[in-house]
Design a protein around this ligand. Sequence first.
Ligand SMILES: Cc1ncc(COP(=O)(O)O)c(C=O)c1O
Length: 380
Amino acid sequence: MQVPFLDLKAQYEAIKPEIHQALQAVIDKTAFAGGPFVTEFEQAFAPFCGCRECVGVGSGTEALWIALRALGVGPGDAVATVPNTFIATAEAISFCGATPIFVDIAEDTCTMDPHLLEDCIQSRLAAPKNGQRLKAILPVHLYGQTADMDPILELADRYELAVVEDGCQAHGAEYKGRRAGSLGVAGAFSFYPGKNLGAYGEAGAVTTNNTTLAEQMRIFRDHGQPRRYYHDVVGWNGRMDGFQGAVLKTKLVHLERWNDARNEKAAWYRRQLADLDEVVLPGVADYARHVYHLFAIRVRHRDRVLAALTEKGIGCGIHYPVPVHLQKAYAFLGHRPGDFPVAERIAAELLSLPIFPELTEEQVAYVAASLRDIVTTRNR
Ligand SMILES: Cc1ncc(COP(=O)(O)O)c(C=O)c1O
């Protein structure tokens, strides 16, 4: 049996006529750059996230950057985030001219540890580094589960820091019944094709309840022009494509069902792997509605297990093998192994198993049985 890590073709086959109709409508209207299909999607995605506003842009990376920038993050500022994320989280901070500072994670959820955030804020206040001023917090809702937001928001309030959520893996995830993207002052989403809500190309969006901020971001993503060829600020071309708006609006209708299906697959894995001491299953916090963008287990001798699963025709991933503070690109920050021990330990053990809405019970059973066979045989 072959089990791909992700099967975008299966999803496309299930919604083919709707997608073709949506794409044809964009062609008929020649509304390719921004335009009505993007607006329609924005008007649907904002309430989906429990927000008043949504601003469609070119990618999740751009959404993070535009949100931070609109909040005034710039040179001389620092932004607190986590080291176990896709590099884009840190890149967005860097492209504001600011510096990412890292906070280690809670081991069970792999998201920002609020206690360590408090330590970080206090040590920065006591001894500011290179004159940098901590301006914002950028927690990452990793794998489809939000960070523990109430204590983070409370600290943000106390120390007057802005909170931008990296919701790029968490479309529809909930924290105590509130949706990802509505918890901080802004939320950034990626619609990279493999995400829970994926475009047919690159796309992203910022959600917010702050109408003034949304307006600023709308103007910025369109060359700083509130009116065509009247440029009030130096802006950027960050418009979402018309095709992506149309595809995303079409797919959004199915997202709840797809997220439920992901939860079903996760429950199957849990049932079949629960008794395996060699495998640590992903933790789910009491506060969370998880949407399982990824199903990241932890195993010892991860690389050998990964190779053996690959040999059995099972597609797996590692999210992520090297924490951001140890990436070459961020060597200039001067971090060393041991600086963020939880993120580093976990990076060596993480293994993402296939999870997507169309995954069958037989495929999950095959993955679980193969994994059992590999980890228990090795121990004999
Ligand atoms: C946590 C996280 N942040 C940011 C991004 C960047 O999004 P994009 O690839 O759309 O630029 C991604 C996705 O790739 C992500 O997973």
